[in-house]
Ligand binder design. Structure first.
Ligand SMILES: CC(C)(COP(=O)(O)OP(=O)(O)OC[C@H]1O[C@@H](n2cnc3c(N)ncnc32)[C@H](O)[C@@H]1OP(=O)(O)O)[C@@H](O)C(=O)NCCC(=O)NCCS
Length: 157
């Protein structure tokens, strides 16, 4: 999704307001999740957001969202945010974030989704790390016990 940063979307320093960026990322991620699953999708969690660089008023911002891994009913969406230089057109990475979406039926019950096959090196590394991030998110949400976070535990063994 490519769009401009307008005055109504900035903070007092004339940079893109964080909440506006979160909303843009949520919209792009929901499109990626919906295209992958062909289902109704809902945001289950925002696992990681890094506001590394301010995005000034007037910037052209591209929010690129990809399904990095699909589990049974949930998907990890990896989002890269780019700013575009006006003169050269070169893109600079501004931010990134990781969201989890769940595919649901018309009554809001989670439904099974197709798998994802990573191809590039970047896609493979994001795919491999996604299970660890899922376990961390579930652990912090109190939905699994520390002993069940096997991928996380393996990091410390
Ligand atoms: C997201 C939602 C559908 C999950 O429902 P649930 O009853 O917890 O369902 P389950 O326990 O079966 O979990 C479904 C999947 O979500 C995953 N999940 C649930 N909470 C999660 C979290 N905090 N982090 C990561 N994954 C999570 C589960 O691991 C499971 O994944 P899997 O099937 O791929 O293994 C439900 O909580 C919901 O509808 N929430 C509101 C969503 C919403 O309104 N979002 C808009 C933003 S306010």
């Amino acid at each position: 999704m490519t769009d401009l940063v307008l005055p109504s979307e900035t903070n007092p320093l004339n940079n893109l307001f964080g909440g506006e960026l979160l909303a843009r990322m949520d919209r792009a991620a929901s499109i990626a999740a919906r295209r992958h699953s062909r289902r109704i999708v809902v945001t289950a969690s925002v696992n990681h957001v890094a506001f590394n660089r301010a995005v000034p008023l007037g910037s052209v911002v591209t929010v690129e969202a990809k399904v990095s891994r699909a589990f049974k009913t949930s998907m990890e969406i990896y989002i890269d945010v780019w700013m575009e230089d006006r003169e050269s057109g070169a893109r600079t990475k501004a931010n990134e974030a990781i969201y989890t979406f769940v595919a649901v039926d018309e009554t809001g019950r989670p439904v099974k989704i197709p798998e994802v096959t990573p191809e590039t090196e970047l896609e493979k590394s994001r795919y491999d790390a996604a299970l660890r991030r899922k376990q961390l998110s579930l652990l912090l949400a109190g939905k699994i016990k520390p002993n069940d976070a096997t991928e996380l535990k393996a990091l410390f063994d």
